[in-house]
Write a protein that binds this ligand. Sequence first.
Ligand SMILES: C[S@@+](CC[C@H](N)C(=O)[O-])C[C@H]1O[C@@H](n2cnc3c(N)ncnc32)[C@H](O)[C@@H]1O
Length: 232
Amino acid sequence: MNSHRPPNRSPRAIRSFVLRQGRLTRGQQRAFEQYWPQLGIDYRAQPLDLQALFGNAHPVYLEIGFGNGESLAAMARDNPHNNYIGIEVHGPGVGHLLMKLEEYDCSNVRVCRHDAVEVLRDMIPDRALAGVFLFFPDPWHKKRHHKRRIVQAEFLDLLAKKIRPGGVFHAATDWEDYAKHMLATLNASPDFHNTSSGGEFVPRPDYRPLTKFEQRGLRLGHGVWDLIFERE
Ligand SMILES: C[S@@+](CC[C@H](N)C(=O)[O-])C[C@H]1O[C@@H](n2cnc3c(N)ncnc32)[C@H](O)[C@@H]1O
């Protein structure tokens, strides 16, 4: 089990995250010990058999950077006929999600602690996903850090490979400049079309619970922009 180790880092890759240190609470530690063997996915450069992983052929949605996992756990509890793969690099967040899955008695979520870009590239079979969720990715406010934003043309090419035709990419952010960047980058992709009738943003759909990061932003008066694009 490598759940407690930081994700592999190759020296030159540009990452969308900085690995924050953080100790696991006792509850998170216990959840790791108890549930990682059943619900954890250790990174290896080999495609997963998703039907074997979940024991059924339900649609699979993947969330990148679920934070503390509260909203992923709620979504999974409310949609038992979907499967979910949650990916997050921050250990305490992973532990928190495992505790929530226990509380909700959810069996339709698998959890990976690794760089989501590498997991998508190496472990997800092509056209396997019904959707990818990216809720409140690190905005990297400063211009010199914009290259660290996860939404880039190359990232969309990777998503286009992994999302099946008719599947969705749903992103949300509370940073207007990043929202505009996402919109422009998605509009430039030949592989996706906007589901918004106005060609821009959509209201938050009922299936997306408010996230922890979002609630903090809302308290500070931030706006929220949701984008839902469909794979051609
Ligand atoms: C701003 S937080 C938002 C968390 C959560 N979605 C929310 O709304 O509360 C962004 C999260 O994405 C994670 N993250 C960023 N890049 C990632 C990557 N490439 N793979 C996995 N997790 C990533 C970070 O560790 C962080 O927890």
